[in-house]
Ligand binder design. Sequence first.
Ligand code: GDP
Ligand code: IMO
Ligand code: MG
Length: 433
Amino acid sequence: MANVTVIGAQWGDEGKGKLVDWLSNRADVVVRFQGGHNAGHTLVVGDQVYKLSLLPSGVVQGKLSVIGNGVVVDPWHLLEEIAKIGAQGITITPDLLVLADNACLILPLHRDLDQAREAAATNKIGTTGRGIGPAYEDKVGRRAIRVADLADREALEAKIDRLLAHHAPLRRGLGLPEADGAALLAELERMAPLILPFAKPAWLLLGELVKSGKRVLFEGAQGALLDVDHGTYPYVTSSNTVAGQAAAGSGLGPKGPGYVLGIVKAYTTRVGEGPFPTELTDEVGQHLGTIGKEFGTVTGRSRRCGWFDAALVRQSVALNGISGIALTKLDVLDGLATLQICTGYRLKTAEGGDQDFSYLPAGLKAQSQLSPVYEEMEGWSETTQGARSWRDLPANAVKYVRRIEELIGAPVALLSTSPQRDDTILMRDPFQD
Ligand code: GDP
Ligand code: IMO
Ligand code: MG
């Protein structure tokens, strides 16, 4: 199989960036297909730490990188990120980075709206505050400004007028000052010559690359349970995060995604609000957060931590058509005497009985009220940190991994044992499978 799609199989932050970086030397081009700079992907190579939000993680290995049409792009942030990574020795030129000319822009007024809504809400989503939701709303509402519009001043002016007419009552309702259309136009005109050199019909380029036998690595952002259709709605992001979106968000067609590699953390985390059946608010949860360094890359917020939820990942395997998984952060479980794995859920019915679920039901009330059904496993006292061979793993760690494979119905293709690029065990090569 030629192409590989990396997606998050839980609530994000599974280690997608590390795995995309590791896999990118086997690929010819790396493509982001949804989300925006709400993502935070961390790559560690020796003593260098790279934090990417909008740039595909392939840039670090010098691979051709594409920001696809499904991504919402904050052009100011893009330039900042290019400058930041430039200071780390990675020069981003239009030969290395392609920006889909039909991608929609995130503007300051989207960030204003995102932050003002969150501040005013009694039931906060806990968004990253970067304007992602409002930008996707304008895209679907057919009033967004797209990358290609930067090349056409007249059209841009008319589009800004139309957009501002929509935003004016929203801003008034939230107590925000009126947006300045002339200032926005001037600012976008200033950005145009800086952004347009990267703009191309990405769908055409990718199609040609695939025809000539090149291999594409798709880089998902967020995770399946944050998908706007399949996730814990409304506590989700505003894009489809599942593997199927790799086709629509790049323009490569439904055969594009190829082998789907689900990135799965050996326990569970979530940042922001929303249901989380296996969440641990005790000292074990704190231990996972401390040892796993579970702080958000984008917002610095503490991530909520809990036991591995096999029911949730089994659902994710189905939703994404996962071919195999990369299991990450196994080392964080080192030293825990016992481990719990959630195999399903139980809900108290109105009649006082029990209803069992093998999946997370769609209703928010049910999602918030169900309790996990656990299976206990023995932990291990040895260290797995930095292990580079399957043979180096303690017997109980091997048992834990094998049990996960059985419960989720997908094989482990890769195993990650530290943040470092090379602390990665390859069991089967997704590009060869
Ligand atoms: P992403 O959003 O899926 O790319 O994940 P993040 O980068 O937001 O969060 C994952 C964090 O775990 C990062 O700080 C990584 O450096 C780190 N990490 C990745 N794999 C491993 C691993 O196997 N073990 C440990 N201890 N840390 C890891
Ligand atoms: P990566 O790619 C974890 C969460 C936010 C919030 C919800 C909606 O690093 O895995 P948004 O700003 O998208 O409207 O916020 O989604 N969220 C993430 N959580 N990892 C991410 O990305 C996330 N991107 C968004 O915390 O709960
Ligand atoms: Mg992240």
